[in-house]
Design a protein around this ligand. Sequence first.
Ligand SMILES: [Zn+2]
Length: 140
Amino acid sequence: MLENREQGPKQHAVALLPRLWNAGNSLIGLVCAFGGRGAWRSEEKVLEVSGGWLISLLARRGWAQAITLGDVVLYADAALIPLIHAHEMVHVRQGRAWGPFFLPTYVLESAWQYLRTRDGYYNNRFEVAAYALDTRKQEN
Ligand SMILES: [Zn+2]
């Protein structure tokens, strides 16, 4: 009871700030989700979308099975969600921390790691953090 009383409008506004900071990326995610089927995951406050034009295009070329854009996570197939969810939630938290700087910084980090190591994906620091929680690694 006491905890509920302490959750006033100010606390709700503070909790909303990272999502507002990430709203530009979420808007890009919504545009890229067009044509997919979305489901709201209330505990983490993300929209999970199966399909949509962007991830379908990337998956067909073998480039990606999922992509996080703001608070919108796009999966090539709903069956992938249990496997990739923990990984993508790391990117959601990164997006909420970095806001509008996340996507440009991610691209620059990929380019930097590609120049350094010829692997701009697995050596990207944002991916290293996400793969640390990735359940797919534990299956192999
Ligand atoms: Zn990733």
